[in-house]
Design a protein around this ligand. Structure first.
Ligand code: CU1
Length: 533
């Protein structure tokens, strides 16, 4: 324990007493430890949610009901989504924010370290409650499982048993955790930057998280009020969403999607921030259009707040309203396109190399752009009325969120693992992991576009015989995709336990890269002190 001098007195400095053993993790206020906890939690949840997806795909391998009864099937669909969104992607991105933001802006830690600890452990408590809501229906008197899909629409969500109450409480806890973490990130970014590190000099990952954190603070209350009103309707005799009592179930849809659409950008933006670091590093060029990329991210967040009802074209809104939501939605493709074009312009004539993080980054650019195309198809009202509630929508948002969010996080893991652990990961295993993931992912979700266009509805346990072949292909893809993910923890554990030592300039030293440009600009690594000009 060190001593410090305060007002001329030598005193023990308890603030720097680092807990050890299990107390190190439970009581931690260290941003790296908390970041690690977030990511371990996310990895566990990724496999839980993935297992559920594989159960769903196993059930859909053939027409007819194999082994999942309809309620349980719908419960698996629901919890797959909730776990992936709230348990896997958001915590993983928060873990990386914790690890990287203080290092990137030259801060000693997050601005509010104790709040940081609270955010994580509330997340863990929320995760436990979510698991309870899954388990409770299996107990005697446990009632029906949550079979509503992650959107929790009434009137169905008014009829579910007590597992719905547990889920509502879960959402409150997770929402508080997210808001506290967002406050911490915003305060850190505004108040703890090193001298000279102006906002417009911040590494772009910090900007991505700035927008994300503001979005979370703006949208979480809408979801919280929606599920609170649901709770009141369920138990306290109100009729917010109950038409028989003068309420309107459509109100819940507005509250949900006011949260739900910007939530998509909450999942996407941190990953895009990671891509914006990887592409310049492996192209040996600075990011093309830093300012416009920051502007694009802010615009995506801002416009993204205003287009929520494109999820509800079929509820009977006025023509003026649906037209507004259609135009707003299509407008978002402008900043998204700008961001993507900046990434491509960064690669243009760069000295590119293709290690695992870069492979993922390029795959993201291609596959996410494809999701953007089907997104425009879905934004256009007459099209959407045809595709609504079909497998086309499932295919679209998995192409958006798996490349757009999950692969970005994977890219970040491979990119930063040497920094986090001091060791290089196994590049050959990384590449095998990448290609198996690509084959599995595309085989799973590409055929689902055709299923949707041919009329297969989503969220239903059984299907017409005509859909058999494409469903079988999709399920085989899902098994390849799911099983190949086991490589990820294997690679991570191997890296932690050994492997080549990683130097300070990881990506230069590790591959012994030959510069192919005459005088390459030195690429920024965050272990360097923040650039002060
Ligand atoms: Cu949306």
């Amino acid at each position: 324990m060190s001593t410090v001098t305060i007002h001329g007195h030598e005193v023990h400095d308890h603030s720097h007493a680092t807990p050890t053993g299990w107390r190190r993790w439970l009581l931690s206020t260290n941003h790296k430890d908390i970041g690690t906890l977030y990511m371990i939690f996310a990895l566990l949840m990724l496999f839980t949610g993935g297992l559920m997806a594989m159960l769903v795909r196993a059930e859909l391998f053939m027409p007819g009901i194999q082994f999942l009864q309809p309620d349980l099937y719908n419960n698996m669909v629901t919890n797959h989504a909730l776990i992936m969104v709230f348990g896997a992607v958001m915590p993983a991105a928060a873990g990386m924010a914790n690890w990287m933001i203080p290092l990137m802006i030259g801060a000693p830690d997050m601005a509010l370290p104790r709040l940081n600890n609270l955010s994580f452990w509330m997340l863990a408590a929320g995760g436990l409650l979510l698991i309870c809501s899954i388990v409770v229906p299996f107990l005697p008197g446990g009632g029906t499982p949550v079979n509503t899909g992650w959107t929790l629409y009434p009137p169905l969500s008014l009829q579910v048993g007590m597992s719905m109450d547990l889920l509502i409480f879960t959402i409150h806890i997770l929402g508080i955790s997210s808001i506290l973490a967002s406050i911490n990130i915003i305060v850190t970014l505004f108040n703890t930057r090193a001298p000279g590190m102006t906002l417009m000099k911040m590494p772009i990952f910090c900007w991505a998280w700035m927008v994300t954190a503001f979005l979370l603070i703006l949208i979480m209350p809408a979801l919280a009020s929606g599920v609170t009103m649901l709770l009141f309707d369920r138990h306290f005799g109100t009729s917010f969403f109950n038409a028989a009592g003068g309420g309107d179930p459509v109100l819940f849809q507005h509250l949900f999607w006011f949260f739900g659409h910007p939530e998509v950008y909450v999942l996407l933006l941190p990953s895009m921030g990671i891509v914006a670091h990887i592409v310049p590093t492996f192209s040996r060029k600075p990011l093309f259009g830093y300012t416009s990329t920051v502007g694009a991210m802010i615009s995506i967040g801002a416009i993204g707040m205003l287009v929520w009802a494109h999820h509800q074209y079929t509820i009977g809104m006025s023509l003026a309203a649906v037209t507004y939501f259609m135009i707003g939605t299509i407008l978002i493709s402008i900043p998204v396109g700008l961001m993507i074009l900046n990434f491509i312009a960064t690669m243009w004539r760069g000295a590119m190399s293709f290690e695992t993080p870069m492979l993922f980054a390029i795959a993201i650019i291609l596959l996410f752009t494809f999701a953007g195309m089907t997104g425009v198809m879905l934004a256009v009202i007459p099209g959407d009325i045809q595709y609504h509630d079909s497998y086309f929508v499932v295919a679209h948002f998995h192409y958006a969120l798996i490349p757009g969010a999950l692969f970005g996080l994977y890219a970040g893991v491979f990119f930063w693992l040497p920094k986090w652990t001091g060791h290089m990961y196994d590049e050959k295993l990384g590449k095998i992991f990448f290609w198996l993931t690509m084959i599995g992912f595309n085989l799973t979700f590409f055929p689902q576009h055709f299923l949707g266009l041919a009329g297969m509805p989503r969220r239903i346990v059984d299907y017409n015989l005509v859909f058999t072949e494409f469903n079988a292909i999709s399920s085989i893809g899902a098994f390849i995709f799911g099983l190949s993910q086991i490589l990820l923890p294997i690679i991570i554990i191997k890296t932690i336990r050994g492997g080549r030592k990683a130097g300070d300039k990881v990506w230069e030293a590790a591959e012994g890269l030959e510069w192919t440009l005459p005088s390459p600009p030195p690429f920024h690594t965050f272990s360097d002190p923040p650039v002060i000009k």
